[in-house]
Design a protein around this ligand. Structure first.
Ligand code: GAR
Length: 197
């Protein structure tokens, strides 16, 4: 069974989409651990409710980025993941982490390739739409081979329309629904046919 370690920082609705797809057979994969850098991440509770080991790995006071990333990698490695999925992981990963998982780290981002990298992507897309600069936005899933922010070889993308009358909440909701679909289809595309039942 393909082994997933999921890294989160918050609500974990995308983690939930993965857990549900593993449970109902849409994904021939298993979430073997969930790690959060935030103590109040609700995704930790979602993991526990699904019977998945949930681990908090907070950055220590004064801890350098590289030192934290080494420690994070040491927490992830014993779970022997095939893929490390960043599902709302809101912290840049350096080579100190990435070198341990070459082309095995996958990131979900709520924007199209080359647009609105970094935090508050949905809010920035909404403001760009209000300013007449864009008519649609989207979501993407990509590999994380290096320290680039929300870029890397694309696995899947989907366009998300912004509709007349939308407010930020409506757009966020539409984007999250698109993410939940895209993340599962992206993971399905990574599953070698021989491992799918
Ligand atoms: C998602 O919209 C995800 O794309 C975004 O955080 C949200 C997490 O939601 N990630 C990034 O912005 C990464 N740059 P969730 O905790 O409900 O899954």
């Amino acid at each position: 069974m393909t082994r997933l370690v999921v890294l989160i920082s918050g609500n974990g609705s995308n983690l939930q989409a993965i857990l549900d797809a593993c449970a109902d057979g849409r994904l021939a994969m298993q979430v073997v651990a969930v790690l959060s850098n935030k103590a109040d991440a609700y995704g930790l509770e979602r993991a526990r409710q699904a019977g998945v080991p949930a681990m908090l790995v907070e950055r220590l006071a004064g801890e350098a980025r590289a030192a934290y990333d080494v420690r994070l990698a040491q927490c992830v490695r014993p779970f022997q993941p095939d893929w490390v999925v960043l599902a709302g992981w809101m912290r840049l990963l350096s080579q100190s982490f990435l070198q341990h998982f070459p082309m095995q780290v996958i990131n979900l981002h709520p924007a199209l390739p080359g647009q609105f990298a970094g935090t508050h992507a949905i809010q920035r897309a909404f403001h760009a739409w209000q300013a007449g600069e864009i008519s649609a936005t989207g979501v993407m899933v990509h590999f994380v081979p290096d320290e680039g922010v929300d870029n890397g070889p694309l696995i899947a993308q989907a366009s998300v329309p912004i509709l007349p009358g939308d407010n930020l909440t409506a757009l966020e909701s539409r984007i999250h629904q698109a993410e939940h679909r895209l993340l599962i289809s992206a993971l399905q595309s990574l599953c070698p046919p021989a491992t799918q039942s």
